[in-house]
Design a protein around this ligand. Structure first.
Ligand code: SAH
Length: 355
């Protein structure tokens, strides 16, 4: 659908159900209609208001006079040798974002972006290179999920098989907090929305401490924290956010994070050769995380052009993991999926240099 001439209209996917109820009530329409509309958009994958046959002509006209309903503009799609797929979307203002669809044994996981670019400036991450452009709207966040399910539907795969979402794409989710929360509301709306279970949704942060507590109060989603180093000197050199919220402050926020009794916080730890991969690092990591209900996800550094960092030898990676396991930590090495199409952790850049 071409969007020229629609500037005065609103994207209906920017609305949470509660907001739509309000809008409808203002127009004298009963609130249950919002649920019907949501089902059409998010469960039945409607492409336009005219498909919403149980709404009545007048209602559909009212909607199409105020809102538009469209899919993201898929500019390119790449498929990895491991079947991971990367989508490149062109946004209305010409910016680009990427999402990654990862097939697992019996379901799919979608890695979702929350910003065009990123302001966190982590030294190892390709997304950081182009700097921060802007936050994604609710519709742009939600659109990635709805469109990925539509894509599965077209391939004759049950859309609900896309059951897991990780906010680990481009951007810092907690820096786009309000839109993230609204998007989560739609994603986890079990009656009318996308029906994702909270335990299947993970929000990853580089460590925006004030928002971590807030996230725990506002939602039940899983928290992942990109720790990546065990001392402040190293972490600050890799991740400037550590100058504002050093490790002790970050871990304190994690300790206080409200979650269900059996849940754990995932700590992502990139292994970079000679920087944070020593035996001492592994031991310090155990000490740091011992007071926290934690699991560790080791991510061997994904090399990319223009970065001097290297991935440690497999032997070194295994030795690091073994130290954690020997001390009864829940830990694993994350298998990098889609690295041959630059879809792995830290490799998303979506034409950031040519907006
Ligand atoms: N900004 C959020 C969401 C992005 S998640 C966050 O930092 O958590 C992306 C994950 O990939 C983070 O854990 C990050 O530490 C990791 N990562 C970034 N660049 C990487 C690279 N080159 N190799 C491996 N992991 C990388």
């Amino acid at each position: 659908m071409k969007l020229t001439g629609l500037k005065h209209m609103e994207n209906i996917q920017d609305y949470t159900r509660e907001e739509l109820v309000k809008w409808l009530e203002d127009k004298g329409v009963r609130s249950f209609r919002a649920g019907q509309i949501f089902k059409w958009i998010y469960l039945k994958q409607a492409s336009c208001f005219d498909e919403m046959t149980d709404l009545g002509k007048e209602m559909r006209t009212l909607l199409s006079e105020h809102f538009y309903l469209h899919r993201l503009d898929l500019e390119d799609k790449q498929v990895s040798s491991d079947a991971t797929e990367k989508f490149l979307f062109r946004l209305n203002d010409g910016h680009h974002i990427e999402s990654v669809l990862i097939p697992e044994k019996d379901h799919f996981t979608l890695c979702v972006s929350t910003q065009v670019g990123c302001a966190m400036a982590c030294k190892f991450c390709l997304t950081a290179r182009g700097g921060m452009k802007r936050n994604l709207s609710v519709a742009e966040i939600i659109g990635q999920v709805r469109d990925a399910r539509f894509y599965l539907l077209q391939k004759n795969i049950e859309p609900l098989q896309l059951s897991n979402i990780v906010f680990m794409g481009m951007g810092e989710p907690l820096a786009n907090y309000d839109n993230l929360i609204k998007a989560l509301e739609i994603i986890m709306d079990t009656d009318y929305g996308m029906k994702f279970a909270a335990r299947r949704v993970t929000v990853s942060t580089s460590g925006l401490v004030p928002k971590i507590a807030q996230l725990g109060l506002d939602t039940d989603v899983n928290l992942a924290v990109s720790l990546n180093a065990t001392d402040d000197k190293t972490r600050s050199a890799l991740m400037p956010i550590n100058n504002t919220y050093p490790i002790s402050v970050l871990l304190d926020a994690c300790k206080k994070f409200t979650m269900k009794p059996r849940n754990k916080i995932t700590f992502e730890y990139i292994l970079i050769k000679g920087i944070n991969d020593s035996k001492q690092d592994a031991l310090r990591l155990v000490t740091l995380l011992s007071p926290i209900r934690a699991k560790v996800n080791l991510i061997p550094f994904n090399e990319h052009e223009g970065s001097d960092f290297q991935r440690p030898e497999p032997k070194q990676i295994l030795a690091f993991l073994q130290i954690l396991l020997d001390r009864d930590m829940t830990a694993m090495t994350r298998k990098s999926k889609g690295d041959d199409i630059s879809a792995a952790c830290g490799q998303l850049k979506a034409k950031l240099e040519t907006p």
